[in-house]
Ligand binder design. Structure first.
Ligand code: SF4
Length: 210
């Protein structure tokens, strides 16, 4: 159930004024690099990802070359991003899948992208919105938390939240809206002790009154 639907237009306006720019901080020069950077960004800051990707892409600049790297080689390069065993395995398998099924060209549909190893709806929607300009709601831990606090969704499941938000946010705003919630989550609406008194959404949000 969506309790705060009536305020969605005001929420969108305030979010836009707070975060006019919605460019990803991840550095990439083609869809393949963004795919790998997004896999690396799980449980890790964009800054840390940007610190390891130049060397990774320099040594293995194509899907074919990265698919031929050993897991150990990848692990050594991406170690600072955390969860590096899993990420290295996913990066190698993802590159291999891309080479074998798409001749190294990243596809531009959600249905295709979610079949890649290590790629879920969240990563797929990042790729679609960022490099292909196809709107998608990206549901990460910040979007889950803030959607619940703002009563835009009462669900905890990311896919259900994605569909709740798709129902109330204009399609062309899907990608930018999710990025703005992520920025809000990193700055004001933190998991522990959100800075509600400093938040322009205060009057539209039930959380501080609970
Ligand atoms: S008022 Fe508080 S809980 Fe609501 S969106 Fe702002 S920071 Fe988050």
């Amino acid at each position: 159930m969506i309790k705060n639907k009536k305020n969605i237009e005001d929420i969108l306006v305030i979010l836009k004024s707070l975060f006019p720019e919605t460019k990803t901080a991840l550095r990439y020069s083609n869809p393949f690099e963004l795919l790998i950077a997004t896999i690396l960004s799980a449980q890790c800051t964009d800054k840390q990802v940007n610190a390891v990707t130049p060397k990774l892409f320099n040594l293995f600049p194509t899907p074919l070359k990265l698919s031929k790297a050993t897991i150990l080689e990848i692990e050594e390069l991406i170690r600072p991003t955390g969860f590096f065993h899993n990420k290295a395995k996913n990066i190698k398998n993802c590159s291999l899948y891309l080479v074998e099924n798409y001749n190294g060209i990243v596809p531009n549909t959600l249905e295709e992208l979610i079949k890649f190893p290590g790629v879920g709806r969240k990563t797929a929607n990042v790729i679609l919105g960022t490099v292909f300009g196809i709107p998608g709601i990206v549901v990460d831990t910040h979007v889950i938390r803030i959607s619940n606090r703002l009563k835009l969704s009462e669900n905890k499941d990311p896919t259900k939240i994605e569909f709740d938000l798709m129902n109330i946010i204009p399609r062309e705003e899907w990608s930018s809206f999710s990025l703005r919630l992520i920025f809000l989550g990193r700055t004001l609406c933190k998991a522990q002790r959100p800075l509600c008194s400093k938040c322009n959404l205060y009057n539209l949000c039930e959380y501080p009154k609970e």
